[in-house]
Design a protein around this ligand. Structure first.
Ligand SMILES: [Zn+2]
Length: 427
């Protein structure tokens, strides 16, 4: 695999240094980034399913840092010294791509890249497929050493807002390994899943369907397909913590009489990534019944304890429970959703994403802060209002694409390189 990645492009580097100066000047008002984390846990000792290591001494991690606001951590005010390292071998970057209502998350490691989902929104005002290609092309233009290769593509579940870009991805880039939940999907995704099956059959592509029977231990599933990365200085760890459920655990029906078990959301592949002391969790569109199952599986362990949470189900009322937030103790939360302003079907506006009660839950559980901003949140479908936000909760519908730099020591910096494209004239 390629070794040393080139530095960030000048534009991003400039933003990094600008942000660092700002942190130094007005520390109390800014998030960003500077959140040293004790013992978030990386598994670097082969494939043994072991829990993330605990902090060397002292209380549980959650109690270690009840609040990381700069005001409460005078040592953090120094600014630049606490920003993530600029050594590209010792950091990963989580790129929450802007695909409107849907999801696509690119994780950049020193020696490779993985993409989780290939959403999202498509209507007269916005088309996620060219937007996704544009963002990935820009990434691979910078990381020419990766030769337009995704070492891993994860499809959390076969819904169109997560698979729409699949044919384009498989046409434009090399995909070495694919992980999904093994479910066939419905008529809306026939073309996309056929493209995936054909690609895997025609190439030397690793494939793993994650279901409960594959999860042999409490540490989830980690093998050469789920984690193909072998970075030299710091080796990332990727594992699937949950996947398709073979039999209905008795989840019952929703308000429309539909079985929760028949809802693809509840079979989402759940992914945890560790990079040194940095960690993140992506739960796809898992809803509350399945989230309860995830919590039960990992009860008494630290596998769900992470620094960065990609908010489940686009901030839907049923995608993030209080108990999940308590188990994660995240510093930063990212929501992949569309902006409120596109008033057509299948958008954040029609679904009412993100929900105010989820933002309330996250505000209580997310420990870092962001510069004060005003955002749109929903009390129901098509019902939005504005509110202030100070915690480190970011969303593509508010911020456009979001980059989170996480270094091996657990320091985090959040960058919002551009305003949401829809804020300007739609191209
Ligand atoms: Zn979705």
């Amino acid at each position: 695999m390629p070794s040393t990645p080139p530095p960030l492009p000048p534009r991003l580097s400039r933003r990094l240094s600008t942000r660092r100066r700002l942190v130094g000047v007005v520390a109390g008002a800014l998030v960003a980034g500077v959140v040293p984390v004790a013992g978030a846990g990386c598994i670097t000792d082969g494939y043994a399913a072991r829990e993330p290591p605990r902090p060397p001494a002292g209380p549980e991690r959650a109690d270690d840092r009840p609040d990381d606001r700069p005001d409460d951590r005078p040592d953090d005010r120094a600014g630049s010294s606490l920003a993530p390292t600029t050594d590209p071998e010792r950091r990963m970057v989580v790129h929450l791509l802007d695909v409107g209502q849907g999801a696509a998350t690119l994780i950049e490691f020193p020696c490779g890249a993985m993409l989780i989902d290939t959403g999202g929104e498509q209507n007269d005002a916005f088309d996620a497929v060219p937007r996704l290609k544009e963002q990935l092309d820009a990434f691979f233009d910078r990381r020419v050493d990766l030769r337009r290769t995704l070492d891993l593509l994860v499809i959390t579940h076969p819904h169109i807002d997560h698979v729409r870009g699949l044919p384009m991805i498989l046409r434009e880039y090399v995909v070495k390994n694919v992980v999904d939940d093994g479910r066939p999907g419905d008529d809306l995704v026939t073309e996309q899943l056929r493209a995936l099956r054909d690609y895997i059959a025609a190439h030397d592509t690793g494939y793993r369907a994650v279901d409960e029977t594959a999860l042999i231990s409490k540490g989830g599933l980690r093998d050469d397909v789920v984690d193909p990365f072998r970075c030299k200085a710091v080796d990332p760890s990727v594992r699937a913590l949950s996947g398709a459920v073979p039999r209905d655990p008795g989840w019952g029906t929703d308000n429309y009489g539909k079985m929760h078990f028949d809802n693809e959301n509840n079979h989402s592949v759940v992914v945890r990534v560790d990079f040194g002391n940095a960690s993140l969790l992506i739960t796809g569109d898992l809803e509350e019944h399945a989230i309860a199952g995830l919590l039960e599986r990992y009860r008494g362990t630290r596998w769900l304890d992470v620094d960065l949470y990609q908010v489940g189900h686009h901030g839907s009322h049923n995608g993030t429970t209080r108990a999940l937030v308590a188990a994660m103790t995240p510093h930063v939360a990212l929501i992949s959703m569309g902006p409120e302003r596109r008033h057509v079907p299948w958008t954040a506006w029609t679904y009412g994403h993100p929900r105010a009660d989820v933002i309330d839950r996250l505000e209580r559980g997310v420990s870092s802060s962001r510069p004060h901003t005003t955002v749109d949140v929903a009390s129901g479908p098509k019902k939005f209002s504005s509110r202030g936000l100070d915690k480190a909760i970011y969303g593509t519908g508010w911020d456009g694409a979001v980059d989170v730099v996480m270094d091996v020591d657990g320091r985090i910096e959040v960058l919002t390189p551009a305003p949401a494209p829809g804020a300007r004239a739609v191209r």
